[in-house]
Design a protein around this ligand. Sequence first.
Ligand SMILES: NC(=O)C1=CN([C@@H]2O[C@H](COP(=O)(O)OP(=O)(O)OC[C@H]3O[C@@H](n4cnc5c(N)ncnc54)[C@H](O)[C@@H]3O)[C@@H](O)[C@H]2O)C=CC1
Ligand SMILES: O=C(O)[C@H]1O[C@H](OP(=O)(O)OP(=O)(O)OC[C@H]2O[C@@H](n3ccc(=O)[nH]c3=O)[C@H](O)[C@@H]2O)[C@H](O)[C@@H](O)[C@@H]1O
Length: 441
Amino acid sequence: MPMKIAVVGTGYVGLTTCVGLADFGNHVVGVDIDREKVARLSAGDPVIYEAGLEYYLRENLAAGRLSFTTSMKEALRDAEVVFLAVGTPEKENGEADLSQIEAVLEELAPLIDHYLVVVTKSTVPVGTNRWIHEELSRMVDPRLFDVVSNPEFLREGKAIQDFFHPNRVVIGYENERVKEVMHEIYRPLYLIETPFVWCSWETAELIKYAANAFLATKISFINQVANLAEEVGADVHVIAKAMGMDGRISPKFLHPGPGFGGSCFPKDTKALVKIGERYGVDLSLVREVIRANEAQRMRMVEKAKRLLGGSLEGRRIAVLGLAFKAETDDVRETPAYPIIRAMLEEGAVVCAHDPLAMENFRRLVPSIEYAENEYEAARGADLVLICTEWNEYRNLDLERVAELMRERKILDTRNVLDPERARKTGFVYEGVGRILFRGKQ
Ligand SMILES: NC(=O)C1=CN([C@@H]2O[C@H](COP(=O)(O)OP(=O)(O)OC[C@H]3O[C@@H](n4cnc5c(N)ncnc54)[C@H](O)[C@@H]3O)[C@@H](O)[C@H]2O)C=CC1
Ligand SMILES: O=C(O)[C@H]1O[C@H](OP(=O)(O)OP(=O)(O)OC[C@H]2O[C@@H](n3ccc(=O)[nH]c3=O)[C@H](O)[C@@H]2O)[C@H](O)[C@@H](O)[C@@H]1O
């Protein structure tokens, strides 16, 4: 039976949830306070870049199963379930800021006049779903609602694929009554044998933070191994590959780089440390992962400086890649930001390019030059610094780049180029954890 579902917040997670649940055959209304976003989504414009999103948005709008509104009242009218997918950004002290959730609850409570399952998709600190239940109970008869914690594990750039083929679905609940509803919503995922984890609210909340912190730990770990590999003349890619051959380790998330970014790992690791502090539990390992990540970004600036003879003053640097990873236009917490800021402070002149994220990055840093393509960025540069692993940078025409540059130097923070090919084209090349030609540069 199709269900009537409201989704509050139509960002990366909310919008993916909207189109995914509508595609399962449900009637979905997405509600957002951003009028412009609602207007664009209603017209079939996905607003953000996400592979496949536009197709699913348009198909489901056309089928009449999906609509968008700024009115919570309209969205909630016949809804059986409401998903909360608003932002939970970082506060200045590192804790998760729950003000968007609080605002939604205030608006939601007076509208609950029939049984409603309130599902938290946003990433929220341990104890939040219990608190949501208490808050709503102050304002609404508790028999009229239940609260479910259903954390999201999608990756940006692969959001649609991850929605339809998740590794698992985690559902934290208290009242058995919600099981039937959640079963119904995710029936198509049952059919493809997706594992479901039924647990308490607190367990579900902590699964989300533990999973993100563990992935972030793998990245900081391999980055430090890469840094050591550089000093001893080893190749981190061979190391990571051999480590990954041990099924207990797995080869995934062992790719070294300029440090992890994005809207979640940085904020969620910090929030987890704060949760530990609140409960008096030592999470120093996670604290160190955060510190190592910040150091990794600055290490890239030091590398650039060393490659350019010790100073960036007046040096022209072409930064290729501004998004926090490939296949997205998202620049939230992108490593490119602190790296570019630090280089500007050291007197460098930066010309940047990104296939999708230039518009978003320009809002963060309007003062640098932006180039139409990677070759224009490289024109007259003393150093090309690759910051995002876009495929088009993997296939750079190095001969052409060499002709355009003032000095032939490449700092490849994502290891997307073949070092040997770069050297043969006359470049001084440096990656991360793979100085293969030590002593010869
Ligand atoms: N971006 C990602 O890849 C993932 C994010 N998450 C979590 O999901 C949550 C949402 O993240 P994103 O989708 O990236 O955020 P986002 O910032 O892209 O979207 C949040 C949306 O909520 C809207 N909003 C804010 N207050 C509202 C209100 N009172 N009523 C209606 N709409 C309101 C905003 O206008 C915005 O469109 C966060 O807790 C995040 O940690 C979890 C997994 C993946
Ligand atoms: O909670 C979230 O928001 C999401 O956070 C991450 O997803 P996402 O931030 O979209 O991107 P990832 O692919 O995980 O990459 C995060 C950062 O780590 C970096 N990374 C990733 C993998 C790796 O081996 N090395 C590495 O440096 C990426 O370049 C990027 O900057 C998780 O992978 C998702 O499961 C989770 O739902």
